[in-house]
Ligand binder design. Structure first.
Ligand code: HEM
Length: 369
Protein backbone atom coordinates (compact mmCIF):
# COMPACT_ATOMS: atom_id res chain seq x y z
CA UNK A 1 0.00 0.00 0.00
CA UNK A 2 1.01 3.60 -0.60
CA UNK A 3 3.31 5.48 1.72
CA UNK A 4 3.88 9.20 1.37
CA UNK A 5 7.27 10.53 2.45
CA UNK A 6 7.19 12.54 5.65
CA UNK A 7 10.55 14.26 5.23
CA UNK A 8 11.00 17.06 2.74
CA UNK A 9 11.45 20.77 2.22
CA UNK A 10 7.67 21.14 2.58
CA UNK A 11 5.09 19.23 4.58
CA UNK A 12 3.03 16.61 2.77
CA UNK A 13 -0.72 17.18 2.41
CA UNK A 14 -0.50 20.48 0.51
CA UNK A 15 0.47 19.47 -3.02
CA UNK A 16 -0.22 15.78 -2.34
CA UNK A 17 -3.16 14.60 -4.49
CA UNK A 18 -6.30 14.46 -2.38
CA UNK A 19 -6.87 11.25 -0.44
CA UNK A 20 -10.39 9.90 0.12
CA UNK A 21 -10.83 10.76 3.78
CA UNK A 22 -9.80 13.62 5.99
CA UNK A 23 -10.14 14.99 9.49
CA UNK A 24 -9.50 18.61 10.36
CA UNK A 25 -8.95 19.16 14.05
CA UNK A 26 -8.07 22.42 15.79
CA UNK A 27 -6.47 22.67 19.23
CA UNK A 28 -5.55 25.26 21.82
CA UNK A 29 -2.29 24.67 23.63
CA UNK A 30 -2.42 24.38 27.42
CA UNK A 31 1.32 24.62 28.14
CA UNK A 32 2.70 27.81 29.64
CA UNK A 33 6.40 27.67 28.81
CA UNK A 34 8.24 27.78 25.53
CA UNK A 35 10.18 24.64 26.52
CA UNK A 36 6.98 22.64 26.81
CA UNK A 37 5.76 24.05 23.52
CA UNK A 38 9.00 22.84 21.95
CA UNK A 39 8.42 19.38 23.46
CA UNK A 40 4.98 19.30 21.87
CA UNK A 41 6.45 19.83 18.39
CA UNK A 42 9.10 17.18 18.98
CA UNK A 43 6.43 14.69 19.99
CA UNK A 44 4.19 15.56 17.04
CA UNK A 45 7.13 15.12 14.68
CA UNK A 46 7.99 11.72 16.11
CA UNK A 47 4.44 10.45 15.97
CA UNK A 48 3.79 11.70 12.43
CA UNK A 49 7.07 10.20 11.18
CA UNK A 50 5.99 6.90 12.75
CA UNK A 51 2.34 6.91 11.67
CA UNK A 52 3.02 7.74 8.03
CA UNK A 53 5.24 4.66 7.49
CA UNK A 54 4.21 0.99 7.43
CA UNK A 55 4.68 -0.74 10.81
CA UNK A 56 4.17 -3.94 12.69
CA UNK A 57 2.33 -2.92 15.83
CA UNK A 58 4.50 -3.27 18.97
CA UNK A 59 3.61 -6.00 21.46
CA UNK A 60 2.34 -4.81 24.82
CA UNK A 61 5.01 -5.87 27.29
CA UNK A 62 2.94 -5.35 30.39
CA UNK A 63 -0.79 -6.02 30.26
CA UNK A 64 -1.34 -3.78 33.26
CA UNK A 65 -0.48 -0.85 30.97
CA UNK A 66 -2.68 0.44 28.15
CA UNK A 67 -1.66 -1.04 24.79
CA UNK A 68 0.73 1.15 22.83
CA UNK A 69 -1.82 1.61 20.06
CA UNK A 70 -5.58 1.45 19.51
CA UNK A 71 -5.28 -1.76 17.51
CA UNK A 72 -7.96 -0.75 15.00
CA UNK A 73 -5.72 -1.39 11.99
CA UNK A 74 -4.68 -4.85 13.12
CA UNK A 75 -1.05 -5.81 13.60
CA UNK A 76 0.37 -5.05 10.15
CA UNK A 77 -0.28 -1.36 9.83
CA UNK A 78 -0.53 0.20 6.37
CA UNK A 79 -0.65 3.98 6.41
CA UNK A 80 -2.84 4.05 3.27
CA UNK A 81 -1.31 7.31 1.96
CA UNK A 82 -1.63 8.98 5.36
CA UNK A 83 -0.45 12.57 5.61
CA UNK A 84 -0.59 14.81 8.68
CA UNK A 85 -0.14 18.52 8.05
CA UNK A 86 0.52 20.84 10.98
CA UNK A 87 -0.44 24.53 10.92
CA UNK A 88 -0.43 27.33 13.50
CA UNK A 89 -3.04 29.97 14.34
CA UNK A 90 -2.20 33.62 14.97
CA UNK A 91 -2.85 33.42 18.73
CA UNK A 92 0.17 31.22 19.27
CA UNK A 93 2.21 34.31 18.38
CA UNK A 94 0.74 36.55 21.08
CA UNK A 95 3.03 37.41 24.02
CA UNK A 96 2.41 34.14 25.91
CA UNK A 97 5.59 32.57 24.58
CA UNK A 98 7.40 35.66 23.31
CA UNK A 99 6.88 34.48 19.74
CA UNK A 100 5.33 37.79 18.67
CA UNK A 101 8.60 38.96 17.11
CA UNK A 102 8.74 36.02 14.71
CA UNK A 103 5.09 35.83 13.72
CA UNK A 104 4.54 34.84 10.07
CA UNK A 105 4.05 38.13 8.23
CA UNK A 106 0.55 37.53 6.83
CA UNK A 107 -0.91 35.58 9.76
CA UNK A 108 -4.03 37.31 11.11
CA UNK A 109 -7.36 36.32 12.60
CA UNK A 110 -9.99 35.33 10.03
CA UNK A 111 -12.57 38.12 9.82
CA UNK A 112 -16.21 37.63 8.88
CA UNK A 113 -17.25 38.14 5.22
CA UNK A 114 -20.73 39.51 4.35
CA UNK A 115 -22.38 36.10 3.78
CA UNK A 116 -20.75 34.48 6.85
CA UNK A 117 -22.48 33.51 10.08
CA UNK A 118 -19.43 32.43 12.03
CA UNK A 119 -20.02 30.25 15.08
CA UNK A 120 -17.27 30.72 17.68
CA UNK A 121 -17.11 27.04 18.57
CA UNK A 122 -16.12 26.26 14.94
CA UNK A 123 -13.43 28.93 14.58
CA UNK A 124 -9.75 29.47 15.26
CA UNK A 125 -7.31 27.40 17.30
CA UNK A 126 -3.58 27.61 18.05
CA UNK A 127 -2.76 24.49 16.04
CA UNK A 128 -4.63 22.57 13.33
CA UNK A 129 -3.95 19.09 12.07
CA UNK A 130 -5.11 18.08 8.60
CA UNK A 131 -5.08 14.29 8.64
CA UNK A 132 -5.77 12.57 5.29
CA UNK A 133 -5.67 8.94 4.14
CA UNK A 134 -7.43 6.60 1.74
CA UNK A 135 -9.64 5.06 4.41
CA UNK A 136 -11.58 6.45 7.33
CA UNK A 137 -10.11 3.91 9.74
CA UNK A 138 -6.57 5.02 8.86
CA UNK A 139 -7.52 8.62 9.61
CA UNK A 140 -9.14 7.65 12.92
CA UNK A 141 -6.15 5.54 13.89
CA UNK A 142 -3.89 8.57 13.42
CA UNK A 143 -6.30 10.95 15.19
CA UNK A 144 -6.41 8.74 18.28
CA UNK A 145 -2.65 8.29 18.38
CA UNK A 146 -1.98 12.00 18.00
CA UNK A 147 -4.57 12.98 20.62
CA UNK A 148 -3.18 10.49 23.08
CA UNK A 149 0.42 11.65 22.71
CA UNK A 150 -0.35 15.36 22.66
CA UNK A 151 -2.94 15.37 25.47
CA UNK A 152 -0.57 16.86 28.11
CA UNK A 153 0.10 19.83 25.82
CA UNK A 154 -3.07 20.77 23.97
CA UNK A 155 -6.82 20.08 23.87
CA UNK A 156 -9.15 19.88 20.86
CA UNK A 157 -11.54 22.76 20.10
CA UNK A 158 -13.35 21.56 16.99
CA UNK A 159 -13.13 18.64 14.60
CA UNK A 160 -14.78 17.87 11.29
CA UNK A 161 -14.48 14.85 9.00
CA UNK A 162 -14.33 15.14 5.22
CA UNK A 163 -14.67 12.74 2.32
CA UNK A 164 -14.30 12.67 -1.45
CA UNK A 165 -15.82 10.18 -3.90
CA UNK A 166 -13.76 7.04 -3.81
CA UNK A 167 -14.36 6.51 -7.55
CA UNK A 168 -12.82 9.87 -8.46
CA UNK A 169 -9.75 9.38 -6.28
CA UNK A 170 -9.17 5.87 -7.68
CA UNK A 171 -9.51 7.18 -11.26
CA UNK A 172 -7.37 10.25 -10.61
CA UNK A 173 -10.22 12.39 -11.88
CA UNK A 174 -11.39 15.69 -10.39
CA UNK A 175 -13.54 14.91 -7.33
CA UNK A 176 -17.24 15.86 -7.48
CA UNK A 177 -18.63 17.95 -4.60
CA UNK A 178 -22.10 17.72 -3.01
CA UNK A 179 -23.56 20.16 -5.56
CA UNK A 180 -22.62 17.54 -8.15
CA UNK A 181 -19.88 19.62 -9.82
CA UNK A 182 -16.26 18.72 -10.40
CA UNK A 183 -14.27 20.78 -7.90
CA UNK A 184 -10.60 21.56 -8.48
CA UNK A 185 -10.40 21.76 -12.27
CA UNK A 186 -8.96 25.27 -12.34
CA UNK A 187 -6.10 24.48 -9.92
CA UNK A 188 -2.56 25.15 -11.14
CA UNK A 189 -0.48 22.04 -12.03
CA UNK A 190 1.44 20.90 -8.94
CA UNK A 191 4.35 19.53 -11.00
CA UNK A 192 5.27 23.07 -12.10
CA UNK A 193 7.81 23.77 -9.40
CA UNK A 194 8.38 27.39 -10.31
CA UNK A 195 4.66 28.10 -10.29
CA UNK A 196 4.27 26.41 -6.90
CA UNK A 197 7.06 28.62 -5.51
CA UNK A 198 5.18 31.59 -6.89
CA UNK A 199 1.71 30.64 -5.66
CA UNK A 200 2.02 28.31 -2.69
CA UNK A 201 5.34 28.25 -0.84
CA UNK A 202 7.01 30.91 1.25
CA UNK A 203 10.40 31.45 -0.38
CA UNK A 204 13.46 33.42 0.70
CA UNK A 205 13.46 37.09 -0.16
CA UNK A 206 9.89 37.69 1.02
CA UNK A 207 8.86 39.77 4.05
CA UNK A 208 8.58 36.61 6.11
CA UNK A 209 10.89 35.75 9.01
CA UNK A 210 13.59 33.31 7.84
CA UNK A 211 12.18 30.35 9.72
CA UNK A 212 9.00 30.50 7.59
CA UNK A 213 10.76 29.51 4.34
CA UNK A 214 9.20 26.33 2.96
CA UNK A 215 5.91 26.97 4.74
CA UNK A 216 2.57 28.16 3.38
CA UNK A 217 -0.74 29.58 4.58
CA UNK A 218 -3.88 27.53 5.05
CA UNK A 219 -7.39 28.99 4.87
CA UNK A 220 -10.11 26.69 6.19
CA UNK A 221 -13.75 27.63 5.62
CA UNK A 222 -16.56 25.43 6.89
CA UNK A 223 -19.43 26.07 4.47
CA UNK A 224 -22.94 24.67 4.94
CA UNK A 225 -24.96 23.98 1.77
CA UNK A 226 -28.73 24.35 1.40
CA UNK A 227 -29.09 21.12 -0.57
CA UNK A 228 -32.89 20.89 -0.36
CA UNK A 229 -33.07 24.26 -2.19
CA UNK A 230 -30.25 23.32 -4.63
CA UNK A 231 -31.97 20.07 -5.57
CA UNK A 232 -35.03 22.09 -6.69
CA UNK A 233 -32.94 24.48 -8.83
CA UNK A 234 -33.06 24.10 -12.64
CA UNK A 235 -29.92 22.71 -14.23
CA UNK A 236 -29.46 25.86 -16.29
CA UNK A 237 -29.32 28.01 -13.15
CA UNK A 238 -26.98 25.58 -11.40
CA UNK A 239 -24.60 25.68 -14.37
CA UNK A 240 -24.79 29.46 -14.68
CA UNK A 241 -23.96 29.85 -10.99
CA UNK A 242 -20.67 28.04 -11.53
CA UNK A 243 -20.03 28.95 -15.19
CA UNK A 244 -19.40 25.30 -15.99
CA UNK A 245 -21.36 22.32 -17.28
CA UNK A 246 -22.38 19.94 -14.56
CA UNK A 247 -21.41 16.61 -16.13
CA UNK A 248 -18.27 17.43 -18.07
CA UNK A 249 -16.96 20.26 -15.90
CA UNK A 250 -16.22 22.17 -19.14
CA UNK A 251 -16.69 25.95 -19.17
CA UNK A 252 -20.19 26.75 -20.50
CA UNK A 253 -20.23 26.47 -24.29
CA UNK A 254 -17.06 24.36 -24.34
CA UNK A 255 -16.54 20.60 -24.56
CA UNK A 256 -13.71 19.33 -22.38
CA UNK A 257 -13.17 19.79 -18.66
CA UNK A 258 -9.77 21.39 -19.19
CA UNK A 259 -10.76 23.68 -22.08
CA UNK A 260 -9.93 27.12 -20.82
CA UNK A 261 -11.89 30.21 -21.85
CA UNK A 262 -10.30 33.52 -22.68
CA UNK A 263 -13.09 35.61 -21.26
CA UNK A 264 -12.34 38.78 -23.19
CA UNK A 265 -11.54 37.34 -26.64
CA UNK A 266 -13.34 34.04 -26.81
CA UNK A 267 -16.71 33.87 -28.61
CA UNK A 268 -17.70 31.52 -25.78
CA UNK A 269 -16.64 34.10 -23.23
CA UNK A 270 -19.97 35.84 -22.88
CA UNK A 271 -21.93 32.68 -22.29
CA UNK A 272 -20.11 32.40 -19.00
CA UNK A 273 -21.94 34.94 -16.85
CA UNK A 274 -19.87 37.71 -15.32
CA UNK A 275 -21.45 36.75 -12.00
CA UNK A 276 -20.52 33.08 -12.22
CA UNK A 277 -18.34 31.54 -9.54
CA UNK A 278 -15.54 30.64 -11.94
CA UNK A 279 -15.40 34.06 -13.57
CA UNK A 280 -15.44 35.96 -10.30
CA UNK A 281 -13.01 33.60 -8.58
CA UNK A 282 -10.56 33.43 -11.48
CA UNK A 283 -11.10 36.31 -13.96
CA UNK A 284 -7.90 35.33 -15.83
CA UNK A 285 -7.12 39.03 -15.80
CA UNK A 286 -4.47 40.39 -15.64
CA UNK A 287 -3.06 36.85 -15.71
CA UNK A 288 -4.12 33.19 -15.68
CA UNK A 289 -3.64 32.64 -11.97
CA UNK A 290 -5.29 35.75 -10.62
CA UNK A 291 -6.34 33.64 -7.63
CA UNK A 292 -2.97 32.71 -6.17
CA UNK A 293 -4.00 29.60 -4.30
CA UNK A 294 -4.44 25.85 -4.45
CA UNK A 295 -7.81 24.44 -3.40
CA UNK A 296 -7.85 21.12 -1.58
CA UNK A 297 -11.37 20.85 -0.24
CA UNK A 298 -13.46 17.99 1.18
CA UNK A 299 -17.19 17.36 1.52
CA UNK A 300 -18.65 16.91 5.00
CA UNK A 301 -21.86 15.37 6.34
CA UNK A 302 -22.93 15.98 9.96
CA UNK A 303 -26.56 14.92 10.41
CA UNK A 304 -29.35 17.54 10.57
CA UNK A 305 -29.47 21.24 11.46
CA UNK A 306 -31.88 22.46 14.16
CA UNK A 307 -34.28 23.27 11.28
CA UNK A 308 -34.31 19.66 10.13
CA UNK A 309 -32.20 20.32 7.03
CA UNK A 310 -29.25 18.22 5.95
CA UNK A 311 -26.10 19.54 7.62
CA UNK A 312 -23.80 18.95 4.68
CA UNK A 313 -21.37 21.09 2.79
CA UNK A 314 -17.78 21.81 2.04
CA UNK A 315 -14.64 21.99 4.11
CA UNK A 316 -13.09 24.54 1.78
CA UNK A 317 -9.31 24.46 2.15
CA UNK A 318 -6.86 26.59 0.25
CA UNK A 319 -3.10 26.86 0.44
CA UNK A 320 -1.24 29.98 -0.58
CA UNK A 321 2.04 31.81 -0.20
CA UNK A 322 0.25 35.04 0.64
CA UNK A 323 -3.14 35.10 2.39
CA UNK A 324 -4.11 38.40 0.80
CA UNK A 325 -3.42 37.66 -2.88
CA UNK A 326 -4.60 34.10 -2.27
CA UNK A 327 -7.74 33.50 -0.23
CA UNK A 328 -8.73 37.00 0.90
CA UNK A 329 -8.74 38.84 -2.45
CA UNK A 330 -10.44 35.86 -4.12
CA UNK A 331 -13.16 35.74 -1.46
CA UNK A 332 -13.68 39.51 -1.86
CA UNK A 333 -14.31 39.01 -5.59
CA UNK A 334 -16.81 36.26 -4.70
CA UNK A 335 -18.73 38.38 -2.15
CA UNK A 336 -22.29 38.75 -3.48
CA UNK A 337 -22.04 35.90 -6.04
CA UNK A 338 -25.34 34.16 -6.94
CA UNK A 339 -24.03 30.93 -5.37
CA UNK A 340 -24.37 32.63 -1.96
CA UNK A 341 -28.09 31.78 -1.96
CA UNK A 342 -27.10 28.17 -1.39
CA UNK A 343 -24.13 28.46 0.97
CA UNK A 344 -23.44 29.68 4.49
CA UNK A 345 -19.90 29.76 5.90
CA UNK A 346 -19.97 29.03 9.65
CA UNK A 347 -16.40 28.35 10.74
CA UNK A 348 -12.72 27.95 9.99
CA UNK A 349 -9.66 30.15 10.28
CA UNK A 350 -6.30 31.16 8.85
CA UNK A 351 -3.19 29.21 9.78
CA UNK A 352 0.50 29.08 8.94
CA UNK A 353 1.62 25.72 7.53
CA UNK A 354 4.98 24.84 9.08
CA UNK A 355 7.95 24.20 6.77
CA UNK A 356 8.84 20.55 6.26
CA UNK A 357 11.26 18.41 8.25
CA UNK A 358 14.27 17.70 6.04
CA UNK A 359 15.85 14.82 7.97
CA UNK A 360 15.41 12.65 11.05
CA UNK A 361 17.39 15.10 13.24
CA UNK A 362 14.98 17.95 12.61
CA UNK A 363 11.56 18.55 14.14
CA UNK A 364 8.51 20.57 13.10
CA UNK A 365 8.64 24.29 14.03
CA UNK A 366 12.33 23.93 14.96
CA UNK A 367 13.07 27.33 13.44
CA UNK A 368 10.81 28.98 16.02
CA UNK A 369 12.95 27.99 19.00
C1 HEM B 1 -13.77 27.03 -9.06
C2 HEM B 1 -17.06 25.10 -6.15
C3 HEM B 1 -15.91 28.27 -2.71
C4 HEM B 1 -12.19 29.72 -5.39
C5 HEM B 1 -14.79 26.27 -8.59
C6 HEM B 1 -15.54 25.30 -9.36
C7 HEM B 1 -16.43 24.74 -8.53
C8 HEM B 1 -16.30 25.37 -7.25
C9 HEM B 1 -17.44 23.65 -8.86
C10 HEM B 1 -15.33 24.99 -10.84
C11 HEM B 1 -14.33 23.93 -11.09
C12 HEM B 1 -12.95 24.28 -10.65
O1 HEM B 1 -12.24 25.04 -11.31
O2 HEM B 1 -12.56 23.78 -9.62
C13 HEM B 1 -17.06 25.83 -4.99
C14 HEM B 1 -18.00 25.67 -3.92
C15 HEM B 1 -17.67 26.58 -2.96
C16 HEM B 1 -16.52 27.29 -3.42
C17 HEM B 1 -19.14 24.67 -3.90
C18 HEM B 1 -18.28 26.86 -1.64
C19 HEM B 1 -19.47 26.75 -1.33
C20 HEM B 1 -14.78 28.93 -3.12
C21 HEM B 1 -14.04 29.86 -2.33
C22 HEM B 1 -12.98 30.25 -3.09
C23 HEM B 1 -13.08 29.58 -4.36
C24 HEM B 1 -14.38 30.26 -0.90
C25 HEM B 1 -11.86 31.19 -2.73
C26 HEM B 1 -12.00 32.25 -1.99
C27 HEM B 1 -12.29 29.12 -6.62
C28 HEM B 1 -11.35 29.30 -7.69
C29 HEM B 1 -11.81 28.53 -8.76
C30 HEM B 1 -13.02 27.89 -8.30
C31 HEM B 1 -10.09 30.14 -7.66
C32 HEM B 1 -11.11 28.34 -10.11
C33 HEM B 1 -11.88 28.92 -11.24
C34 HEM B 1 -11.18 28.61 -12.53
O3 HEM B 1 -9.93 28.58 -12.57
O4 HEM B 1 -11.88 28.39 -13.51
N1 HEM B 1 -15.30 26.30 -7.30
N2 HEM B 1 -16.18 26.81 -4.65
N3 HEM B 1 -14.17 28.78 -4.34
N4 HEM B 1 -13.29 28.27 -7.00
FE1 HEM B 1 -14.76 27.58 -5.86
Amino acid sequence: DKTIAFEGLHQAGVLTPEQKNATFIAFNVTVDTIDKLQSLFKILTKRIAYLTQAQTSPKTANDRMPPAESGILGTHIQPDSLTVTVSLGHRLFDNRFGLDKIKPYHLVEMTSFPNDRLEKEWCGGDITLQICANSQESVIYAVRDLLRHSAPFMFPLWKIDGFLPSRDIDNHSTPINLFGFKDGTGNAPTNDKQLMDELIWVTTGSKEPNWCTGGSYQAIRLIRFNLEFWDRTPLEDQENDFGRHKNSGAPIGMKQEHDDPEFDKDPHGDRILFDSHMRRAEPRNPERYTAKLRRRSYSYSLGLTSNGLLDMGLIFVSYQKNLKTGFIDTQKRLNGEPLERYIKPFGGGYYFVLPGVKNAQEYLAQGMF
